[in-house]
Design a protein around this ligand. Sequence first.
Ligand code: ADP
Length: 600
Amino acid sequence: MNRFRVRLTLIIIGMIGLSVLTAGLFMAQTFRNNHLDALQDNMLREMKIMIAKMEWPTGNTQDVYTYFTETAKMYHDIAGVRVTFIRGDGTVLGDSGYDAQLMENHFNREEIREAREDGIGREIRRSDTTQVNSMYVAIPIDPGSPTSDYVRLAMSLQDVDESVGELWTVVLIGLVVLFILAALVSYRIARGLTRPLESITRVAQRIKNMDYQARVSVRKTDEIGELAHAINAMADSLQGQMRQLKQNETRLESVLDNMINGIVMIDREGTIVLLNRMAEEVLGFSARELVGRHYAEAKQQYELAQIIQEGLEEREHIREEITFYYPDERLLEIHLVPVFHTREEFGGVLLVLRDVTEIRRLERMRSEFVANVSHELKTPIAAVKGFAETLLGGAVNDPATANSFLQIIFDESERLNRLIGDILELSKVESRRVPLQLSPVEMSPFVARTMEFISSEATRKHISLEMSVEEGLYVEADEDRLSQILINLLANGVNYTPEGGKVSITVEPVHKSGVKDHENYDMIRIKIADTGIGIPKKDLPRIFERFYRVDKARSRSSGGTGLGLSIVKHLVELHKGTIVVDSSPGVGSTFTIELPVLHS
Ligand code: ADP
């Protein structure tokens, strides 16, 4: 921009200089011409006086030469100019400065020729004789006659040239002064013109560098002011558009990042251009590692690369489920959708990834559950059906057989009833349809009440029941559910403990923070221990599974459904608690439950 300012300054200075120079040239020329004209007029006057005063002898004798030479010298002394007398044929008669007889014929001298033709002859030239730049003026002494003699005066132009030289000096000094003034003025003008342009350029550059807050502060109303306003309006609009774009981008980003599906965008060249947070999680790679890379180099599973390749080639929707083994094994459902920017222009493909491991697991569990339920129901139903058939076949007539068969039918239907009751209960707890009815439960009376449910069975089996509950312990819980937990565990304890054994229940506070303050406990720990048959180590991890039984025959004979512990585990989890089991075969089992005191 500064170059423009300098250029503008130089142009203005150049133009001013050129005009001053031209004016100077004209002035000098006019001055010189005027000077020469005045000189010529003077010389004419002098010559006319000379002609009027002197005699003009004819002939070319020595006397005549002498006369003219003398006269010429005399006039030269008076007027200070070189005087020459010339015959009509060009012979020089006398000269104030030189020997006339040695001088060549002047017939063809320009001034003589002009004098012959026009009456006055004037010439400026370097004299061959004097070698000085001189002005020659000649007139015929008898203007009417073609053969008239001539008087010629010559004057050195040194004075004239000196005057012109002085004029030039003045003009040049003026020129220099003008130059300086012009330079200053034009620099200011140029600066005034270029400064707003410079500031506009600066702002434009800032806008180019994405600083959309930059504005021009030009208050002018001329074209530059209009340009500034236009730039500001453009910046306003850009800023608005950028804000909008940013907003849209943020919205899009937050939508993408909060989507529960993984999204991967691949352009039509196969380069990964976008990867949302869920996709990072699902694929086990960060966006930094994948974005900008070709899908084939992205270290992804072969099947995925194949689907992408197929999608890019076929440009059709593809749905596939792939098992991934990195970082851990999981099943991904992949939807590949072709993306078209316009009807014709293919933009690439969009991959929607969904981790369906859990869904498939649940589906599998559900179908397994249905199979298990059917299997569990089949046995008692088959028994009921078989014994009923036998009765119908005639056994009803034998009262003793009929009686025992009917007892079996009754027992099996009881089992069926329990089984269906447990299944319903489990599905209710699992689906979390029924919310917990939380209330403060005082543990000591509560445990005592609960133990009564199994006391008759314990007495029948000569199993002693023990309880040790700290007084004044409270927990926030759903009373019915909590009693179900305890009953299930106590009943198991009684069931799987041989006669004469012992089942005990202990409740104590747990201080998480470490301060053993009787009032401020965070959790309560319930331990239900028995001296029963125990559970083999290999079965321990599975006993909370539905329908899992260590010894099917024994469990069934004791009326077990294999669902009790499942229900217990779900109920404990509903209370945000934990349950663990510790057992050694032949020694006994201990189930430990920890429940938070408060549910905030
Ligand atoms: P069930 O109705 O058969 O008792 P549970 O879900 O309550 O079903 O228990 C699952 C299995 O865990 C039982 O079949 C049994 O083999 C074992 N089990 C549960 N509690 C005890 C215990 N206190 N002592 C020994 N084995 C137990």
